[in-house]
Design a binder for this molecule. Structure first.
Ligand SMILES: Nc1nc(=O)c2c([nH]1)NC[C@@H]1CN(c3ccc(C(=O)N[C@@H](CCC(=O)O)C(=O)O)cc3)C=[N+]21
Length: 287
């Protein structure tokens, strides 16, 4: 029996994008500012290329500028850093995003830190992460931010709830736990070294799964009535895209579940648009 309601990221994203489009229009009309995003793509990773194209299209749809800078896989770290420093100085560029992962010879942390924190629309710069941790207003990481927005869109109460996060990456796991902590949830992190993960996931009112393994979470890990957020994007040999959660199982046990595709992914891109518009407004305010 299907019990859960599906939280459509696509729908929540469409609503948010419509209001961003209006914001962009007003910003241009009243102040002549067009928010601009520059994405740097290093090498030719097919999945990265498709994400970058999706971001570019999404910008155009809401009337924003966007540019993709493609660099050879063999580009030196110094050349990439020089490109970033040029973009940091360019007033028409409000947001800079370096698509990850980068080739092994480039130090990702060094690259992220080189981006001006005001233009760090990924929310990965240590200054922005520090502000997030201390609950100060800042550019927030897009996937975690999108997840909080999806949960709130259904009026789900977060305060005092037990949120269990599976995964501890810098781009999803760690920051998503922090954002839910900022919303007064009780947060538990699970990862590859966690002992008896099932005992923890069965206590989750909200279970966030970000491990990148198809069918990692099935019925026996899900508490009746839980909210299930599936961050996985796994390409099966058949070409089909699937999440980390057995969707049918979540439908039967959960109260809410996010699908893949059409769940967290479209929200990630939407919050990137949001951050770029915010970065453009911050310049005007002199923030
Ligand atoms: N600096 C940086 N920032 C990122 O935000 C970033 C990154 N690097 N590297 C890779 C990951 C992954 N990511 C996704 C964004 C959208 C979808 C998305 O929209 N997915 C669609 C399906 C897309 C398809 O069909 O392939 C969906 O879930 O419905 C997925 C994944 C952003 N990332």
């Amino acid at each position: 029996m299907v019990k859960a309601e599906i939280i459509s990221g696509k729908e929540v994203a469409a609503e948010k994008r419509a209001s961003l489009k209006e914001e962009v229009r007003v910003l241009q009309e009243t102040e002549g500012i067009i928010p601009g995003l520059t994405v740097i793509l290093v090498g030719d990773h097919p999945a990265s290329r498709s994400y970058v194209t999706a971001k570019h299209k999404a910008c155009a749809e809401i009337g924003m500028h966007s540019e993709i800078i493609e660099l050879e896989e063999s580009v030196s770290e110094a050349a990439l850093l020089a490109e970033i420093s040029r973009l940091n100085e360019d007033d028409t560029v409000h947001g800079i995003l370096v698509q990850l992962p980068l080739p092994g010879h480039i130090d990702e942390q060094k690259v992220i830190t080189a981006i001006s924190p005001e233009k760090d629309v990924d929310g990965f710069h240590p200054i922005n992460i520090g502000k997030m941790m201390t609950n100060q207003e800042t550019l927030l990481p897009c996937t975690p931010f999108g997840i909080v927005e999806m949960v709130k869109s259904k009026g789900i109460d977060i305060k005092g709830k037990h949120v269990v996060v599976i995964g501890r990456s810098n781009i999803v796991g760690k920051p998503v736990g922090q954002l839910f902590l900022n919303e007064d949830a009780t947060v538990t992190y699970c990862h590859s070294r966690t002992v008896n993960m099932q005992q923890l996931t069965l206590q989750a009112d909200i279970l966030i799964v970000a491990v990148g393994r198809a069918n990692f979470i099935s019925a026996e890990y899900i508490k009746e009535g839980a909210v299930i957020i599936d961050v996985g994007v796994n390409r099966l040999p058949s070409g089909k895209l699937c999440g980390d959660v057995v969707f049918e199982d979540a439908l039967q046990k959960a109260s809410y579940v996010t699908p893949v595709p059409g769940g967290v992914g479209p929200m990630t891109i939407t919050m990137l648009l949001h951050n770029t518009v915010q970065a453009a407004k911050n310049v005007r305010k002199g923030v």
